[in-house]
Write a protein that binds this ligand. Structure first.
Ligand code: NAD
Ligand code: LMR
Length: 328
């Protein structure tokens, strides 16, 4: 059996965590041979609820669960953390855009960036789920000057999975038949779900769907899926968000499939002309615990350029709105 790794999860008594923690502890995220110590962070008033969640974790008798820490102190939660899943943040309600949460949530991520900087493993893999996820990841990263910016990522895997599922439905195939989906940019309604390079059963996706459906139905539906769930459920997505977080870390830690890629919000070094330093969703492959942006794709069409730029502009505006929280 391997040595346990430390997995910090914030917002541990919330909706997403109620699906997430049990799957991490059962080995879905890091493999059935990888014991984990869960280091759970909550705000003080939620510690009692967290206690109940931990009682349930104990009652599962998971063989891989090597320990649980419960705390309201980020320095304790992130101590020697190998993985940090930053879920704790306010969710949006009906009629809000995710960036409307910036004011409420941004301060959380500057404090947690500092705590990661001071306490976590130097190789910590950070996934920001709390919205607006890309800009919160940027805030955490900029407040952690001693950590490699590559350690900070934001979740667009849920959008990627939504894009695959909706394409499978339209083409009467299954998600197993779909490869090379891309979500570019922000986890917001400006994201660009791009099928230019996607294949269905090995053939170009865009030859198997109507262009009108792609531009007029598919792209807006993927962009607006989070809002549609809030409208239907009265609360934001939780189990599917937890599933995407599991998939994101699993791909990063254990590698992506050959001949496919995944979408991850990662630090831009100027790839595809995107401003350096933004946390922008790109197609990525992962190997040996490291991610790499897929380069060399032809994105020169006016349609792609306009959409990639619009979501970049929104991210730059979000960044500028929180400049007081970006010390470096
Ligand atoms: P929730 O309200 O059920 O849970 C959030 C939890 O975070 C609460 O228990 C709260 O006490 C805790 N919390 C608040 N501030 C904290 C802090 N400073 N430190 C630690 N914990 C803190 O919300 P949820 O449904 O679990 O969603 C959490 C976040 O994830 C929201 O911002 C939501 O919009 C976002 N989300 C993102 C995606 C994505 O694809 N990136 C998908 C779904 C939801
Ligand atoms: C989602 O995409 O489901 C989440 O980001 C929640 C939301 O606010 O839409």
């Amino acid at each position: 059996m391997k040595q346990p790794v430390r997995v910090a999860v914030t917002g541990a008594a919330g909706q997403i965590s109620y699906s997430l923690l049990f799957r991490i502890a059962s080995g879905d995220m890091l493999g059935k041979d990888q014991p984990v110590i869960l280091q759970l962070l909550e705000i003080t008033p939620a510690l009692e609820a967290l206690k109940g969640v931990v009682m349930e974790l104990e009652d599962c008798a998971f063989p891989l669960l090597a320990g649980v820490v419960q705390t309201d102190d980020a320095n304790v939660a992130f101590k020697d953390a190998d993985y940090a899943l930053l879920v704790g943040a306010r969710p949006r309600g009906p009629g809000m855009e995710r960036k409307d949460l910036l004011e409420a949530n941004a301060a959380i991520f500057s404090a947690q960036g500092k705590a990661l900087n001071d306490n976590a493993s130097r190789n910590v893999k950070v996934l920001v789920v709390g919205n607006p996820a890309n800009t919160n990841a940027l805030i955490a990263q900029r407040n952690a000057p001693d950590l490699d910016p590559r350690n900070f990522t934001a979740m667009t895997r849920l959008d990627h999975n939504r894009g695959m599922a909706q394409l499978a439905e339209e083409t009467e195939t299954t998600v197993n038949d779909i490869k090379k989906m891309i979500i570019w940019g922000n986890h917001s309604s400006t994201q660009y779900p791009d099928l230019t390079f996607t294949t269905v059963k090995g053939q170009p996706a865009l030859e198997q769907v109507q262009r009108d459906w792609y531009e007029g139905t598919y792209i807006p539906n993927v962009q607006q899926r989070g809002a549609a769930i809030i409208k239907a459920r009265g609360a934001s997505s939780a189990a599917s968000a937890a599933n995407a977080a599991i998939a994101h870390i699993r791909s990063w830690a254990l590698g992506t499939d050959e001949n496919d890629w995944v979408s991850m919000g990662v630090y831009s070094n100027g790839e595809y002309g995107i401003q350096k330093g933004l946390i922008y969703s790109f197609p990525c492959t992962c190997q040996n615990g490291d991610w790499k942006i897929v380069e060399g794709l032809d994105v020169s069409s006016a349609f792609s350029q306009e959409k990639m730029k619009a979501t970049e502009t929104e991210l730059a505006e979000e960044r500028d709105a929180v400049s007081h929280l970006l010390p470096n």
